[in-house]
Every structure is written in C-alpha cells, then in structure tokens.
Design a protein around this ligand. Sequence first.
Ligand SMILES: Cc1ncc(COP(=O)(O)O)c(C=O)c1O
Length: 426
Amino acid sequence: MQFEASGAFARQLDAADELAPFRNEFLIPERNGRAQIYFLGNSLGLQPRQTAQHLHQVLDQWAHWGVEGFFMGSDPWLQYHDKLVEPLANIVGALPSEIVVMNSLTVNLHLLLVSFYKPEGRRNKILCEAKAFPSDQYLLETHVRQRGFDPADVIIEVQPEDGQTEITTAAILAAIDQHRDSLALVFWGGVNYYTGQAFDMQSITSAAHDAGALCGFDLAHAAGNISLQLHEWDVDFAAWCSYKYLNSGPGAIGGCYIHQRYHKDDSLQRFAGWWGYQKETRFLMQKGFVPIASAEGWQLSTPSPLLYAAHFAALQLFARAGMDRLASKGQQLSDYLLFLLQKIESANRGLLHIITRSSAKGCQVSILVPNIGKQVFQYITDKGVFADWREPDVIRVAPVSLYNTFEEVFLFCQYLEEGLAAASAK
Ligand SMILES: Cc1ncc(COP(=O)(O)O)c(C=O)c1O
C-alpha cells in the first residue's frame, strides 16, 4: 500500500478498518478528559469493558455456592478451562488438546524444561538468543545448574553480527548446524522484547529437529501479536503470558502448548500435582500420579477462576476479531509507523535510529534515540503517549490491532518529531 504522511490519510485508513469498532470494547486511559495514546500493549494490554462483568460472575458464584461453585452455577469452575482452550488454540495455531492454561510464564517454562530439556551424554547443550528477556536468561542458568551443569558449559547464546541488533535466520541456522552433535534443545523467543524482531519459528524448529534436538519458544511477545502455527510448524513446546497482547490483566494466568505426540509419552519427566491427574478419578485421591492425556496433564495446582474469567473476557474478543485479521492490521499499523519514522530518521540524521526491521516484526517498533532520548521520551509522555523507555536510550512502542488507530500512529510521530526538535535545540 502507498502510504501518505498526513492526518487525513491516517483517518482514511481508520475509516476503512473493519476492526475499528473493537476499540469501544476497551477502557482507554484518560488524562484531563482526553483519551491517551496507549502504545504499551506489549507490556500490559488494556482492560476489556466486559472483564469486570466476568469477574463479578465468579464472585457472585462464590458468594452463592461457596466451594460448590466448582460444580454448580451457570459456569462451574471445574469446566471453565474448556472455554479457554478453543480460542487460544486459534490464536497460537494448535489443537485444543495441545493447550493448557495455568500459572505464569517463567514458572511454566521451568516446568516445560523439566520435560523437554533431556540432556544425554554430550548432547546436553541449549541454544538460545543472546540478550533474551532477563527472566529467560535466569531460568536457563538456574535450571541447568539444578541438573548438575555449569551454565557456561551448556548454554550457547547466538549473538547478532557486529554492529547489528537483530539475529538473522541464517545465523541461527548456522549455529544450530555448528552444534548439531551436542544440542539437546533450541529455546528461542517468538518476538524479541527489545528489538521487536519476529523470528522464523518454522525454520528454527525444522533445523533443530534436523539436528536431533527439541525446540521450544517463549511467546510472551508473539501470542496475540503475530500469526502462529505451532502445530503445523511441529514445535515441541511453547509458553506465553496473557497480560500483554492478550489483554487478560496484570498477573494474568499463562498458557502453554505441548505437541500432542508427548501427551501419552510416559518416558518424559514432569513435576506433577493433583490438578494434572486424570479427571475421572482425581477425587478418589489415590496414590501414584496418572496424568490427563493432554497438555492439561502438566497442571499442578488449583487454578483461580477469577484469572480464568479475566482471560475469557479478552479471548472472546480475539475469537470475534479473528487472529488473521488482527495480525494483518498489526502489520499494517507498524508498517505505517515505520513509513513515518523513516521520514523522521532521514530528516533528523543521527538523532534517531530505527531498530526494528520492516521485514520481520509484529506490532512493536523500537527506536534508538542517543543522548537526548530521555528528554524526547518526556516530551511525548507529556503529549499523552504511553510508550516504553528502556535504558539507556531506547523507546519501544506497540500500536495494537484491537484498540489503536492509524491516527494515533500519525500523532505519535508528530509528537516525536516535535520532541526531537525541542531536545536537540537545547
Ligand atoms: C519475553 C519474556 N519472557 C518472560 C517474561 C517473564 O514473564 P513472567 O513475569 O510472567 O514470568 C517476560 C515478561 O515481560 C517476557 O517479556
């Protein structure tokens, strides 16, 4: 599409946007009666209007039934999980049986590593991206240590080439090939939290399998953002959080995907708890763990119906909008953002550098503003933009499909350019 740098053009895009009505489904933060430009859907997605009602339903059920709420009322909590699985399966491209909703992200990744990090002899290495989100670094470091390994011996980080911020697919595939005899696992992010780079998960998975390793992904920045086909790509496992693009609230319940070939594989290790026990006989409270023969068999603890309810409210919107339409609008929003940013970059040489490449991205775009970044960030904040500041000089913005507009993208760029002019004149 041929873009134009004008407010009128941005409003035309909004008028033609069939997902535009979804904005009314959200509570947009206001200051002094003015809706703010909320570009932090990659951090904490906004609250759907329906969330409160779904939470109240659980509270009412608790008030009326007490513990019987697990079995009684219009939405018994024991079956609530079933309502979440189908919409999530559509979002991540999985079979419903491959989805489980539980815990939160870092916890889930540890649990999945228990099953899918299977070091054997010299095949004990984990290949991962350098500068992954810190929680992923800490989780790998401590996980391999409790298995008796020195992280320095078994964790191989793939770095971007000199002077680059992104890691090319070719470099990842070359690293997998280089270590093909010693890899137990390739563990990667779907979209990098810092650069916004979306990785070629299909090629990474296929190369990992070809090398005899398993392959899993942290989809914190990918679920609900970009199109995913985990089952078709043959990914072994993945996990995500639901408070970012999935709009399910602060501390929302997380989700996992486990390929169906593992559901009845009793050679896998796992940490178990009673909630993963086969449903028909769970309440007989017998000795000896018998897992549910689906991803649900990885559950440990009683889940919170309140967290389920907040998740359900958001997932209903995803089901109505459809992941294909959401991913394609997300691309268009960030394409427009990059188009405008490139103009600003060439008009303000050296003041701003775009980090995120146009060919591999979702909603998020990251920009580097050396030296005057903090002042520019303050300027756009004062103008009503919620953006993300990463020390020492990066601004991340994520216009998302469900509630952001092309006009907001245009206004953000206008404020950014004003901020650059004001800060560089000082
Ligand atoms: C890529 C990535 N991985 C892991 C996490 C940690 O998630 P949690 O705090 O839900 O465990 C985050 C949090 O933002 C993240 O962005």
